[in-house]
Design a protein around this ligand. Sequence first.
Ligand code: FES
Length: 78
Amino acid sequence: MKGEVAAKVPAKVDVEAGKTYFWCACGKSANQPFCDGSHRGSEFAPMKWTAEENATKFFCQCKQSANAPFCDGSHKAV
Ligand code: FES
């Protein structure tokens, strides 16, 4: 099951090596693309991801990506 569409564009984030991120899977977070706890009480849980290196990443915000937590272009079809 996919979350609700939070935005139809990915979020560009400069991630830091060794830092862990919790991607919002439900689409309800006010702190997109990351979890703020708004999924509580639903069947959704955030996806944990740890950066291996400093990089610029595009996180999915439409929540329909097959390559979560990253954008795979699915937002073009929502
Ligand atoms: Fe969406 Fe936590 S707020 S997964």
